[in-house]
Design a protein around this ligand. Structure first.
Ligand code: TXA
Ligand code: MG
Length: 319
């Protein structure tokens, strides 16, 4: 699939520019992995600390061997099942991978995105693309071109508009250690789905403390709207306490009827976690544009994609 937009984006990337690309999870701020100035420009634009490594996006399994080596069989099994798709594997890096990308570490995070425009662009440029989510550090991840514009304003680079992201939540990050397979970040693929492919092998979860600095994306404060966000199991009680404030509510499928709610979004009235995940970040952008004092976000069911949603909301609420 080639188009004038893809050709333009490819040309910019070849010139060492940063370009915003759509993926099935969230939009990414992409650059050529072999161009250190371009990679530095990503960190600068995002305001990202240099100790937080980037994900390398590839188009094929041949390219996997160009960026990683000594790949464990369990990793290949997961890749064969989930790629292209929202799974990121942390693997031993090839010597050619820049320290800037791995934050000086010996591992590189890799994924094959499942979006026709991202794959077309990877095909056309011929080089892999490093891409963090296309938001300023700590702000909400964007799932549409419009949200990228809201997040960066006039500083937004050229955007390849691929419409709304189908998954709406970032990739699941998985690492391989001598004592087993570890979940570094909850994401669009559930732990249950990983374990099913690994035929019952347990996928262990790193605690936030153990994960940073192993995976700094696990840092507590992240995804934060400008309005104060309160993550709560009891929205009604919070509403009772917060009289006199302009309050927004973000819920799974409950519609709250308290009169002091200024704006409310129910992510999936039918109670579907996939639908809720898809709409989550867009809802946070929407709520954050309403001039609210407080956003009350309720705790989602602690299973399947609910774990990834709760992870984001908990970090969004962190001070
Ligand atoms: O869905 C996604 O993964 C999106 C799209 C654009 O692909 N990208 C994304 O990138 O979410 P970013 O930079 O926002 O998050 C990357 C996560 C962070 O938690 C980072 O710490 C972790 O991956 N990571 C990257 N390289 C790593 C490494 N070598 N070891 C451990 N964690 C790593
Ligand atoms: Mg991010």
């Amino acid at each position: 699939m080639s188009s004038p937009e893809i050709s333009k984006a490819a040309k910019l990337l070849q010139e060492g520019k940063v370009v915003v690309i759509p993926t099935e999870t969230v939009y990414g701020l992409a650059a050529n992995i072999y161009d250190s100035a371009a990679i530095r420009a990503i960190f600068e634009l995002k305001g990202r600390p240099s100790n937080n490594p980037l994900i390398v996006h590839i188009r094929s399994f041949e390219v996997l061997n160009e960026v990683a080596k000594n790949i464990p069989e369990t990793a290949l099994k997961l890749a064969r099942h989930f790629w292209p798709g929202p799974l990121t594997l942390v693997l031993e890096k090839q010597d050619t991978i820049l320290d800037l990308i791995t934050a000086g570490g010996s591992t590189v995070a890799v994924r094959m995105p499942n979006h026709p425009l991202a794959l077309a662009l990877l095909q056309e440029t011929g080089f892999p693309l490093a891409a963090p989510s296309a938001n300023p550090s700590n702000y909400i991840s964007p799932t549409s071109a419009e949200n990228v514009r809201k997040a960066f304003g006039a500083k937004a680079p050229f955007i390849v508009d691929g419409g709304p992201c189908q998954k709406g939540i970032e990739s699941t990050v998985v690492g391989f250690r001598p004592d087993g397979v570890y979940l570094y970040r909850h994401g669009a693929i559930t732990k249950e789905a990983l374990e099913a492919v690994l035929e019952g092998l347990e996928v262990k979860t790193l605690t936030t403390e153990a994960a940073s600095p192993a995976s700094p994306g696990m840092l507590l404060k992240h995804y934060s709207p400008k309005a104060k966000l309160i993550y709560t199991a009891n929205v009604e009680q919070q509403l009772h306490h917060l009289q006199g404030k302009k309050i927004g509510v973000l819920s799974f499928n409950t519609h709250y009827t308290q009169p002091n709610i200024a704006y409310q979004l129910n992510l999936s009235p039918s109670g579907n976690l996939e639908e809720a995940a898809q709409g989550l970040f867009n809802a946070l952008y929407e709520l954050d544009s309403r001039g609210l004092d407080v956003i009350l976000a309720e705790v989602f069911p602690e299973k399947g994609l609910g774990l990834a949603i709760n992870d984001r909301l908990q970090r969004a609420a962190a001070e």
